[in-house]
Design a protein around this ligand. Structure first.
Ligand SMILES: *Cc1c(COP(=O)(O)O)cnc(C)c1O
Length: 345
């Protein structure tokens, strides 16, 4: 598929590594029925640029190129408190000499602490221009438009980036990832049976679905929800994948069976810890020394572990886990991750 016709900024040198996880796979197998489990690999999108990078880096390569092409001087985006997306958007703005403003939705009352740690600290360090905090349920598109209007009155020009960078253009970042992964598997002569990915605002999962369909890759993608169960998540991802296909001009109709979502691992609530997340974060840190995060990748890895124990991922199958980043929020959740605080089951 020809992505070269879309303007793109480059924030990462080369491909992110793929690596086997031998010690993690052995520990997982020991906890599976019969003592056998799948062979787990990882694609290190936590090593993307705009350090510490993550999946938002790939989407921003296309979104920021569009902002620059339109002559905008300020990126405006939105997210939850501790948003990795806001932090990486800010980093891209700094690198391009642009300003950056956020609207933060306090999905849990008083969870945004301007003086706080983790990403809140990095917002200040990287020099965010302004943050507007709004209550849960606010119309985020309208709130961002208001910021853009304020900038316009000052003679400036805002570029609004949807939550998570998940629109058709941002989704191209994960079409590019699909092509990168395909090439890596080809070069290594590595056949995989499953790709496991987090599914939130849907640009990552949806972009991968579009990229796999467009490139004829038939490896099944399992999207583990971080904020919704399949009944709500699946239509969102399908819509995103279809929008990406349309932008690429592909004659593809994305079918419901192309979008596989798994729920049950994000509860009790988006960003609120649970015991299986704690187990997953500790397990990967203490076997293969890779750091997950408590809000996204810890819950997604908990899903991979659960599906292996249930026998959905079978002994001998190769499962590729896409690490989407987020490690800076390990710090504000220190006590939880170390098992010192009570969490939901
Ligand atoms: C945003 C984010 C996700 C979810 O990706 P979407 O494209 O929003 O579905 C997963 N992991 C991390 C670390 C993130 O920051």
């Amino acid at each position: 598929m020809d992505l070269a016709r879309f303007p793109r900024r480059r924030y990462t040198e080369g491909a992110t590594p793929i690596e086997p996880l031998p010690r993690f796979s052995a520990a997982l197998a020991a906890s599976c029925p019969g003592g056998r489990g799948p062979e787990v690999w990882i694609k290190r999108d936590d090593l993307l640029g705009l350090s510490p990078g993550g999946n938002k880096t790939r989407k921003l390569e296309f979104l920021v190129a569009d902002a620059l092409a339109q002559g905008c001087d300020t990126l405006v985006t939105c997210g939850a408190p501790q948003s990795n997306h806001c932090r990486i958007t800010l980093a891209a703005a700094v690198k391009e000499g642009l300003k950056c403003r956020f609207v933060i939705e306090e999905r849990i009352p008083n969870s945004f602490d301007a003086e706080g740690g983790g990403n809140h600290y990095l917002f200040r360090l990287l020099g965010v221009e302004a943050i507007t905090v709004v209550p849960a349920g606010t119309d985020m598109a309208a709130a961002m438009q208001q910021v853009a209007d304020e900038l316009k009155a000052l003679g400036r020009k805002a570029y609004i980036i949807a939550g998570g960078g998940s629109n058709a253009l941002g989704g191209l970042g994960y079409v590019a990832c699909a092509q990168e992964l395909q090439q890596q598997l080809f070069e290594r002569g590595l056949a995989i049976d499953h790709l496991v990915v987090g599914s939130g605002s849907s640009g990552t999962h949806g972009g991968l679905v579009a990229g796999f369909l467009g490139n004829g890759i038939t490896i099944p993608i399992t999207g583990i929800g971080v904020s919704r169960d399949p009944a709500q998540q699946q239509p969102l991802v399908l819509k995103e994948a279809q929008a990406v296909c349309a932008l690429l001009g592909l004659p593809i109709t994305v079918r419901p069976e192309d979008v596989h979502c798994v729920g049950g691992y994000w509860q009790p609530k988006y960003s609120v810890p649970n015991a299986r997340m704690v187990e997953a974060v500790q397990m990967l840190a203490r076997t293969d020394a890779i750091l997950l995060d408590p809000v996204y990748t810890g819950k997604v890895m908990a899903g991979l572990i659960g599906l292996a124990r249930e026998g959905v991922f079978k002994p001998g199958e190769r499962v590729m886990f896409l690490h989407t980043g987020g490690m800076t929020s390990l710090f504000p959740y220190q006590r939880v991750v170390l098992g010192q605080d009570e969490v939901a089951p």
